[in-house]
Design a protein around this ligand. Structure first.
Ligand SMILES: C[S@@+](CC[C@H](N)C(=O)[O-])C[C@H]1O[C@@H](n2cnc3c(N)ncnc32)[C@H](O)[C@@H]1O
Length: 264
């Protein structure tokens, strides 16, 4: 039987399986098959809709196993504690996080907006001698973010803040070498804050966006236009399709170097 599912967690602490419904197959049968294949799975959760709301959490229905769906996920030696029923987390984005982190230089101050339970911030701080500030609105995610900083002993490099990027950013304007915006369906609304957070000497922006064939063109226009209104230039360095939401609809990342017009 072909079943599409993600496993979040680990063999040591148990995992949850998040499974796509299959037409004509009962959720209980899907759960039996997953539990047979993966004895360390403690709960099977069926996708019951699209990600929704500001927190980007997907409705999930427990079809088998434990009501306790909190797990500790392992990724390249890091551990992320989370409950997928309360927060956003995607194990499929491990490589993407590493690709962004590998662009960071030692000594940078990095701002991760929309930080979730902290995966980008922690991957960056584990791969580079950088200081990272992450801001997250969902109180459950922000609590896990704090726990994950401690769990990975990265408290001297990663500073989680619970709050809304719109309200937190003004106190951080002009401080960062790099800003990461991992909120494809809404980051554009916060571009002004991201651009103003970059140091006057210049820095880098990783902007996530989504759309069809013209997604890179539209993303470039959004960033360039906002930069111009602030007297900045956003030099496009390149883009990448991260994953696909539907046929010919992608989640993408666009990278920019941001400079003031008066800085050579
Ligand atoms: C797509 S998720 C990404 C989370 C995390 N970066 C990751 O990759 O796992 C976007 C996150 O942004 C948070 N968020 C949405 N609007 C926000 C805002 N205005 N300020 C801070 N965080 C926000 C959501 O709660 C959610 O956790």
């Amino acid at each position: 039987m072909r079943i599409a599912y993600d496993l979040i967690g680990s063999r040591e602490t148990g995992a949850v399986a998040i499974v796509e419904p299959v037409e004509g197959v009962s959720p209980e049968k899907l759960a039996d098959e997953i539990l047979r294949r993966h004895p360390h799975v403690k709960s099977v959760l069926l996708k019951a809709g699209e990600r929704e709301g500001e927190f980007r959490v997907r409705p999930l229905r427990l079809v088998a196993g434990s009501e306790d769906t909190e797990v500790v996920h392992k990724e390249y030696g890091l551990r992320f504690k989370l409950d997928p029923r309360l927060v956003y987390f995607s194990p499929r984005e491990a490589e993407e996080r590493r690709r962004v982190a590998s662009q960071v230089q030692d000594g940078e101050l990095v701002y991760v907006m929309f930080a979730g339970v902290g995966p980008y911030a922690l991957v960056i701080a584990s791969m580079r001698r950088a200081l990272v500030i992450g801001v997250e609105l969902n109180p459950h995610a922000a609590r896990y973010f704090g726990e994950n900083v401690r769990l990975n002993r990265l408290g001297s490099r990663v500073y989680p803040i619970e709050g809304d990027v719109s309200y937190v950013s003004p106190a951080l304007y002009g401080k960062f070498d790099r800003v990461v915006m991992p909120l494809p369906k809404g980051a554009y609304l916060f571009l002004r804050h991201a651009l103003k957070s970059i140091r006057p000497e210049g820095g880098y922006l990783h902007f996530y966006y989504w759309g069809g064939d013209d997604v890179f063109q539209r993303g470039r226009e959004l960033v360039s236009r906002e930069a111009l209104t602030l007297g900045l230039q956003a030099i496009y360095l390149g883009g990448r399709k991260v994953s696909s939401y539907a046929p010919r609809v992608w989640k993408v990342r666009l990278d920019f170097k941001v400079l003031s017009f008066n800085v050579k």
